[in-house]
Design a protein around this ligand. Structure first.
Ligand code: ADP
Ligand code: MG
Length: 229
């Protein structure tokens, strides 16, 4: 067994929705080893986004602990949280979340602007490498609205990888894509996982994707039903 990169221990998370309390995660346990490619599969409302948001430090658990690379990230202050998000984690969202007034290359460069230890030349090299990894080199000067959905999501993958994060979180990255594009995108992520050794944790409600992925964790009603460790 390799090194444990993500360790989710007995995590609970509730949301107040008007008068009702929604118990989104109910004592969830999950371990991810460095270098793994894992799919979190579950129906809509099962708690996938809540889980990824907690691991990605976008929110805090009510109970339990989340350890990332040996560091307890359950309750960090804003500064620590920002540094961690920018240095250790890459995000890919369902809606791509590209900045429309920036070119493809500028979108990919964006997270590197917080890395003031990198010389401009090194930044440019990183951007070029990330775009080559997702086969979009010739699209560098284009704006996102000129691109197809699959291409936009590849830009988002390049943006997630450009900081060389330990972990890439992708929350239903294929939900807005047709099935052929979806298959290609998952194959690309698997390839990058193998080639670059990046740990991927992605969520989907698409059962068809399971055959493409080495490890499937099934979540149901805020708990892992299958494949926790
Ligand atoms: P999934 O991503 O698997 O569809 P979510 O993690 O988004 O599931 O949601 C799990 C449950 O928590 C759902 O019942 C959802 O309505 C609820 N929930 C998630 N986020 C919020 C929120 N910010 N406010 C209220 N309820 C929420
Ligand atoms: Mg979701």
């Amino acid at each position: 067994m390799g090194e444990v990169l993500v360790d989710v221990q007995g995590v609970h998370k509730s949301f107040q929705l008007g008068q009702t309390q929604v118990h989104a995660l109910r004592g969830l346990d999950l371990q991810v080893q460095a270098g793994e490619f894992t799919a979190v599969v579950g129906a809509s409302g099962s708690g996938k986004s809540t889980l990824l948001n907690l691991i990605g430090c976008l929110d805090e658990p009510d109970e339990g602990r989340i350890v990332l690379g040996g560091q307890d990230i359950s309750h960090l202050d804003d500064a620590a949280r920002c540094t961690l998000r920018n240095r250790k984690i890459g995000y890919i969202f369902q809606a791509f979340n590209l900045v429309p007034v920036l070119s493809v290359a500028e979108n990919v460069e964006l997270p590197l602007l917080l890395h003031d230890d990198l010389a401009p030349k090194d930044r440019a090299d990183r951007v070029a490498q990330a775009l080559a990894d997702v086969q979009l080199t010739e699209f560098a000067p284009q704006f996102p609205d000129r691109l197809s959905g699959g291409q936009r999501q590849r830009v988002a993958i390049a943006r997630a990888l450009v900081t060389r994060p330990a972990l890439v979180l992708a929350d239903e990255p294929t939900a807005n894509l047709d099935s052929e594009t979806t298959g290609k995108l998952v194959d690309l992520m698997v390839d990058l996982n193998q080639k670059r050794g990046v740990t991927f944790l992605f969520s989907t409600h698409d059962e068809k994707l399971m055959s493409r992925v080495a490890r499937v964790v099934r979540i149901r009603d805020g708990k892992v039903a299958e494949g926790a460790a």
